[in-house]
Write a protein that binds this ligand. Structure first.
Ligand code: AMP
Length: 115
């Protein structure tokens, strides 16, 4: 199954996005349709379709996604106020773009449980 989604094209610079961070492993950019005042997506540059497709060889990469979120929360000034991290997996999880990504949400009080 193809893993070449719009997120791979953003990683490669072929589709415009408001990129907030990029290195050799991960890319972070503002969500085009934010559900919170701050809504950043953090994706591995390598195209994994879903969290289910990650294996032991991706352990460091998965950790880096979280540490990138933590670093961005600090740099963007909302680490202490708080934030939420979400990974949607497959249809029932609400995933719509099949390139693994982490949602970093902040700027308002989050509700629980999610809808
Ligand atoms: P998910 O439902 O977890 O797969 O989330 C996909 C997210 O990608 C949604 O929040 C969309 O608004 C966002 N999105 C889709 N296309 C783009 C794009 N070209 N640039 C930025 N965000 C996008």
């Amino acid at each position: 199954m193809s893993t070449d989604t719009v997120f791979s094209r953003i990683v490669r610079g072929e589709v415009p996005a408001r990129i907030v961070y990029q290195d050799e492993d991960v890319t972070a950019f503002h969500d085009i349709s934010p559900v919170a005042p701050i809504h950043v997506l953090i994706v591995p540059n390598k195209a994994l379709r879903t969290l289910n497709d990650a294996g032991p060889e991706d352990q460091a990469l998965l950790g880096k996604l979280l540490l990138t979120a933590q670093q961005l929360a600090r740099e963007m000034g909302f680490a202490e106020a708080g934030y939420r991290i979400v990974i949607n997996c497959n249809a029932q999880g609400g995933q719509t773009v099949y390139h693994l990504h982490l949602h970093l949400l902040s700027g308002r009080r989050m509700t629980w449980p999610p809808g």
